[in-house]
Design a protein around this ligand. Structure first.
Ligand SMILES: Nc1ncnc2c1ncn2[C@@H]1O[C@H](COP(=O)(O)OP(=O)(O)OP(=O)(O)O)[C@@H](O)[C@H]1O
Length: 235
């Protein structure tokens, strides 16, 4: 499991604390008011924000001091971050080797990942020749080839229209189930949480709270979430 013990994260005067556990294979939505620390939490899990105190462990192994590349973590960002001068296959290959020197087996992994996300035959295209949804799929393939146990998604599909977003969420959820990966997804849309997550980590009031059942937290939100949800078109 993913275990955060007395974790204390700082960014300037901002402070976020966390004491929680997430079971392997869980698909958890991370929700909370703007500026509450959702991205900070994911950045700390990925190794980009060294904690001021506390411990992060995965399957009993302390990863608190591990550099990002050595953690069992792959992260998908909102803009997908594809390099415009590289082909789709080259962009995905970066997930395996930043220098893009791939063995034939690794090339085959890239091809398989592209097929899995519905981009078979588009290996040689440049990102400019992809639609928004295809862009997201390529970015997801790059995460897939990394074969990491923890997938962190920071509002990855916010720029897509509702139908496309639902399609991508379902694809991510299916892939996570197939690979057994544990999924943490920041979202501003409660419907995203309802769609793929049975559990929610609420980040509010300086704390990332232990996972709670999605339906119960969204149906009767705690005060810290109520005002924020009131502004969203959930109900
Ligand atoms: N470099 C920094 N120095 C000081 N404070 C920072 C820095 N970066 C972010 N913060 C503050 O840290 C807090 C948490 O930011 P974070 O991006 O994690 O929030 P969030 O919940 O992801 O917000 P949003 O939903 O708006 O994306 C915010 O109040 C922000 O102003």
């Amino acid at each position: 499991m993913l275990k955060l013990e007395a974790l204390d994260l700082r960014k300037g005067t901002f402070r976020l604390q966390a004491d929680l556990e997430i079971q392997p294979g869980a698909q958890v939505a991370v929700i909370g008011p703007s500026g509450a620390g959702k991205s900070t939490l994911l950045e700390a899990l990925a190794g980009f924000v060294p904690p001021a105190a506390g411990r992060i462990s995965w399957q009993g192994q302390d990863v608190t001091g591990q550099p990002p590349g050595e953690r069992p973590v792959a992260m998908l960002f909102q803009d997908g971050n594809l390099f415009p001068h590289l082909t789709v296959a080259q962009n995905v290959g970066l997930g395996i080797d930043p220098n893009r020197r791939l063995s034939p087996q690794e090339e085959a992994r890239v091809t398989a990942a592209l097929a899995r996300v519905g981009l078979a035959g588009m290996e040689g295209r440049k990102p400019a020749a992809l639609s928004g949804g295809q862009h997201s799929r390529a970015a997801l393939a790059r995460v897939l080839v990394q074969n990491r146990a923890l997938l962190l998604l920071d509002e990855p599909f916010a720029a897509l229209g509702p139908a496309l977003k639902s399609e991508m969420l379902d694809l991510v959820s299916e892939i996570a189930q197939e690979t057994g990966a544990t999924l943490l997804m920041v979202s501003h849309d409660p419907q995203d949480a309802r769609r793929i997550s049975r559990e929610v980590v609420l980040v509010a009031d300086g704390r990332a709270h232990p996972p709670a059942a999605t339906a119960s937290i969204l149906d009767s939100p705690p005060p810290a979430l109520r005002a924020y949800l009131g502004a969203t078109p959930d109900r």
